[in-house]
Design a binder for this molecule. Structure first.
Ligand code: PEP
Ligand code: MN
Length: 360
């Protein structure tokens, strides 16, 4: 993995990985039997990287927090008996020392840890002079700079094999997903640091088995570099994240359904794409012009309100407006969620313009 996405293959500890890199294994290592029974069929189907959480960052302290260091021996056994590379999460310096002692091949930094620069810096400092690939999950909040900051801290420690893991972002609103994918964030990461491979973790995005295929296919269509999918020999009995884990056989069936499209589409397709993108660009320009016109009208309303000494926000008007836009928008095939978000943003911008006028 790591460092150069132009290369279609990566090598770690003598194991050659090809794009798309599939990382599979349980959310948590629970027992030696569970680890081995999950690992064997994965190795048989050609999976090259095995994951298992040893220390689990749980939201509430009553949940299963992982087996701790004794599970590292089970990962060593997986490596010895199947030849797969083994990967686990580290959240502090003690974890780093333990995984290095047991020869774990790849480590990852979890979403909650990435959100904390002090914790990431401590981990980075403990990795100085060590040659171990590190995967950095996105922080729980959709902040691409915080994600890049964590990657930079690891890079500054001298680690040369770094990948990013996209695992979605938490949200207060109830959504279809456990963690909203917000694809624009990993796309922006790719734009800003194109040399870092991106692995999507559909398990933590979806929170359930049913949506895994859709998210995995989307990641492949965006030309991301791999997938990390939680796999358990008996998912219903899993001690953590039971709803989102699949059996090794379920994983195999899902991977077989995935379509891997080529990033280098042929000339004719390129032209069709370019043409359609051109149309999109024109429509977006048009949208911006319309928004500008709308703000000019808003400012005139602001002047009127200022002259007559009335408040900017007229709740009744805003309620009526949103209801009408929702009716019209949904009749045009746009989702309710989108219309609400769009008009909230437009309305906020109008208020900002009016406030400026009123304070002049
Ligand atoms: C995990 O991979 O099991 C995990 C805890 O993930 P995240 O940090 O994305 O929540
Ligand atoms: Mn998990």
């Amino acid at each position: 993995m790591l460092t150069n996405v132009e290369l279609e293959t990566f090598s770690i500890n003598g194991v050659v990985l090809q794009k798309p890199i599939i990382i599979a294994g349980p959310c948590s290592a629970e027992t030696e039997e569970q680890v081995m029974e999950t690992a064997r069929p994965l190795a048989d189907m050609g999976i090259k990287v095995f994951r298992a959480g040893i220390w689990k960052p749980r939201t509430r302290p009553s949940a299963f927090e992982g087996v701790g260091s004794r599970g590292l021996k089970w990962l060593q056994r997986v490596k010895r008996e199947t030849g797969m590379l083994v990967a686990t999460e580290v959240a502090n310096v003690k974890h780093v020392y333990e995984v290095l002692k047991y020869g774990i091949d790849i480590i990852w930094i979890g979403a909650r840890t990435t959100a904390n620069p002090f914790a990431v810096q401590d981990i980075a400092d403990s990795l100085k002079g060590v040659n171990v690939p590190v995967m950095v999950k996105n922080p729980i909040n959709p902040d691409v700079n915080l994600w890049i900051g964590a990657i930079e801290r690891i890079n500054n420690a001298g680690i040369r094999q770094i990948a990013a893991i996209h695992r979605g972002f938490s949200s207060y609103d109830k959504t279809l997903f456990r963690n909203v994918p917000q694809w624009q964030v990993p796309i922006e990461l790719r734009r800003l640091i194109p040399e870092i491979p991106i692995i999507t973790d559909p398990s933590h995005i979806c929170g359930n088995r049913e949506l895994l295929f859709e998210i995995s296919q989307k990641a492949m269509d965006l030309n991301f570099d791999g997938l990390m999918i939680e796999t358990h020999y008996n998912p219903e009995k899993a001690l953590s994240d039971a709803n989102q884990q699949v059996t090794p056989d379920g994983l195999k069936q899902m991977i077989n359904r995935l379509i891997f499209r080529k990033p280098d589409v042929n000339q004719e397709l390129m032209l069709t794409l370019a043409e359609l993108r051109d149309q999109i660009d024109k429509i977006d320009d048009h949208l911006i012009n319309l928004l500008e016109e709308r703000m000019v009208v808003s400012e005139r309303i602001g002047e009127h309100k200022k002259k007559n000494n009335i408040t900017i926000l007229q709740t009744k008007r805003w309620d009526d407006m949103l209801r009408n836009r929702l009716r019209f928008g949904t009749s045009k095939g746009l989702s309710e969620e989108f219309i609400i978000k769009l008009f909230r943003a437009i309305h906020q911008e109008s208020i900002n313009h009016q406030t400026k006028v009123m304070n002049e």
